[in-house]
Design a protein around this ligand. Structure first.
Ligand SMILES: O=C(O)c1cc(=O)[nH]c(=O)n1[C@@H]1O[C@H](COP(=O)(O)O)[C@@H](O)[C@H]1O
Length: 231
């Protein structure tokens, strides 16, 4: 079975923009989308998005906005000028917040509208973690509820664990992106991820994109780790 590396997003979780750009240059023949998360963005600012775009790559700007609707709409508007390919907000910010985020994204210049995703239940959380927050549900049920709201708000898709792909498809149908972090090749440590599957299993289940960080970026040889991603 061969897998499509265009569906792989590499998470650049480092505070060092030079290191992030080195990884982009090393992997860009195989990878077209790189994720800039809070660690890199807080250290480097919106410039890092432009620098990665200048390498001919796209950016998933993963800032996971979660605030009142007016504030999130403003944040979405503010970061669009950097040129992200994808952006995300927390679905648990609610329907109105997601709707305002979507309207703000639609205000982007033509051709610059980013894909807008909703985070459902973080892949680092399990049933016990939800119970501690007084959410008396299995993660899958909570993901279904949040995916339904994200679809209703007109977002383009969700971020969830690969374990929930089938449940999301049953809830919101086919025309909705599913992006799955929480993927670990058989040879990699889980670390703080709790709801995991392998990259191959996630794509077999129908993930549109998988997100992977440390198994590749923390490897002694990231290109070699990438070549073994589907093992
Ligand atoms: O939004 C995300 O990308 C995200 C959502 C989620 O539920 N879980 C999750 O791990 N992520 C991100 O995906 C990446 C996973 O990195 P690794 O655990 O190193 O593969 C990190 O950058 C996380 O911030």
């Amino acid at each position: 079975m061969t897998y499509d590396y265009n569906k792989v997003i590499i998470a650049l979780d480092t505070p060092d923009d030079r290191k992030a750009l080195d990884i982009v240059r090393l992997l860009k023949d195989k990878i077209s989308v790189f994720k800039v998360g809070l660690e890199l963005f807080c250290a480097s600012g919106p410039e890092i998005v432009k620098k990665i775009n200048d390498e001919g790559c796209k950016v998933f700007l993963d800032l996971k906005f979660h605030d009142i609707p007016n504030t999130v709409a403003g944040a979405v508007k503010s970061c669009i000028s950097a040129g992200p390919f994808m952006l995300d907000v927390h679905a648990s910010g609610g329907l109105e917040m997601m709707t305002k985020a979507k309207e703000a994204a639609e205000g982007a210049q033509s051709g610059k509208k980013p894909i807008l995703l909703a985070i459902t239940v973080l892949t680092s959380l399990d049933e016990k973690d939800l119970a501690a927050m007084n959410i008396d549900k299995m993660p899958k049920e909570q993901v279904k509820t949040l995916a339904y709201l994200a679809k209703k708000a007109g977002l383009d898709g969700v971020v969830a664990s690969p374990k929930e792909i089938s449940a999301i498809r049953e809830t919101v149908g086919k025309d909705f992106l599913i992006v799955t972090p929480g993927v670990r090749p058989t040879w990699a440590a889980a670390g703080d991820q709790k709801r995991i599957m392998t990259p191959a299993q996630a794509l077999d289940k129908g993930a549109d994109y998988i997100v992977v960080g440390r198994p590749v970026t923390a490897a002694a040889d990231p290109l070699d780790a990438l070549s073994k991603l589907f093992q």
